[in-house]
Design a protein around this ligand. Sequence first.
Ligand SMILES: CC(C)(COP(=O)(O)OP(=O)(O)OC[C@H]1O[C@@H](n2cnc3c(N)ncnc32)[C@H](O)[C@@H]1OP(=O)(O)O)[C@@H](O)C(=O)NCCC(=O)NCCS
Length: 152
Amino acid sequence: MQFQLMTEVLLPAVMDIEERAYRWPWTEGMFRDSLNSGYLCHVLVDAGQLLGYTVIYVAVGECHILNICVEPEKQGLGLGRMLLRHALECAVDHGAEQSFLEVRPSNLSAIRLYESMGYVQVGLRKEYYPAGDAREDALVYQADLAGFSRSK
Ligand SMILES: CC(C)(COP(=O)(O)OP(=O)(O)OC[C@H]1O[C@@H](n2cnc3c(N)ncnc32)[C@H](O)[C@@H]1OP(=O)(O)O)[C@@H](O)C(=O)NCCC(=O)NCCS
């Protein structure tokens, strides 16, 4: 298994996972914009198969986790934790001292992952996400990366 930078060539494979993993997926244009904006976009591959990816944005000491996703058939095997750890290592290398992310309250597996990696809830954005006829709130999580080490 290895991490690589995401490139446009990989977008069809990324979209294949994205559209199966999320009820409200990103569009290919959102990934293209992320690549063109210089966001840090990584993929995890094994023997040519895409297993997951992260999109993060680092500026003024803050790392924002914009997307983290694992191939649905490979979830629950530790890959999400590997992807998040790798993304945070890159963020620290780019000067990040803290990290922020938003997550749906209904996304319990993601919340457990984030809390186990040191994130704490610091806010709530009302009706932030699409959710059918209604909207779903976003929980805002923050982690201090000062003590983040490559062994965590
Ligand atoms: C959220 C996501 C990235 C986690 O990746 P994963 O590979 O499934 O998670 P891991 O196997 O690395 O597990 C890491 C931790 O997450 C939690 N977790 C993972 N799957 C879980 C499940 N089904 N139920 C409860 N907790 C779960 C656990 O705390 C787990 O740690 P543990 O195994 O030590 O108990 C993945 O489920 C995913 O891609 N979901 C769809 C996209 C998404 O929702 N992204 C997050 C948007 S905010």
